[in-house]
Design a protein around this ligand. Structure first.
Ligand SMILES: CC(C)(COP(=O)(O)OP(=O)(O)OC[C@H]1O[C@@H](n2cnc3c(N)ncnc32)[C@H](O)[C@@H]1OP(=O)(O)O)[C@@H](O)C(=O)NCCC(=O)NCCS
Length: 180
């Protein structure tokens, strides 16, 4: 059964394979496409440290918010990743939102994207959030479906000066949460 876990060395081989896969297909989030696979092989500890750099929630670089990172795995197989941002800043409110996700190319179209977001919602609720903002490119049909399958309500579509695609902004309500 697939589950969200804290990134760890247990998934080194599979997560590096997934980066190779994404780079070969030129399909994935920006940082996945630019990671240096040789450096990952050489010092995976540094990769893990880098991934989790905003988790302590203090001494954050300008523009960054307290966030945490989980990998979606099944057994030892890396399937994808999710970021959960604990708060929004002005930029994230328009573009990025609370939750970002990616599924490796060979695991797509099997429900894992929908599952990754679904498993993240209780974690957002546990932070005291009553709703989460999730954004995607309007032409990213798979991502729109992932959000809609998790009861995302379309707020609007926006065109930004610095981005050449329309962005869809969705809110997902988290029933029973204690705060905003
Ligand atoms: C977007 C992404 C996360 C979807 O992951 P996934 O595991 O394929 O999603 P699911 O299998 O849960 O699919 C959800 C729905 O979208 C549909 N879908 C997924 N990818 C699709 C595609 N490329 N074209 C058409 N439909 C697609 C599925 O058929 C499914 O439809 P259904 O709800 O009618 O059953 C994945 O394609 C990905 O990682 N893309 C690159 C990174 C990215 O775009 N991240 C999101 C940034 S906002």
């Amino acid at each position: 059964m697939a589950e969200l876990v804290i990134p760890s060395v247990q998934y080194k081989k599979s997560s590096i394979e997934a980066v190779r896969e994404a780079q070969a297909a030129s399909s994935g989030l920006g940082d996945t496409l630019t990671w240096n696979v040789s450096e990952m092989e050489a010092d995976f500890g540094a990769v893990l440290e880098d991934l989790r750099r905003y988790e302590p929630g203090r001494d954050l670089p300008d523009g960054f918010v307290h966030s945490d990172y989980r990998w979606l795995v099944e057994g030892d197989r890396y399937l994808g990743r999710v970021s959960l941002r604990h708060t929004l800043n002005a930029n994230l409110r328009v573009f990025g939102g609370h939750i970002g996700y990616e599924i490796r190319p060979s695991a797509r179209r099997q429900g894992y994207g929908t599952l990754a977001l679904r498993l993240t919602l209780p974690r957002a609720q546990a932070l005291g959030l009553s709703q989460v903002l999730v954004t995607c490119d309007a032409d990213n049909y798979g991502s729109c479906r992932v959000i809609e399958a998790n009861s995302g309500q379309l707020e609007d579509e926006v065109q930004l000066d610095f981005y050449d695609r329309l962005i869809r902004r969705y809110w997902i309500m988290l029933p029973g949460a204690s705060g905003a």
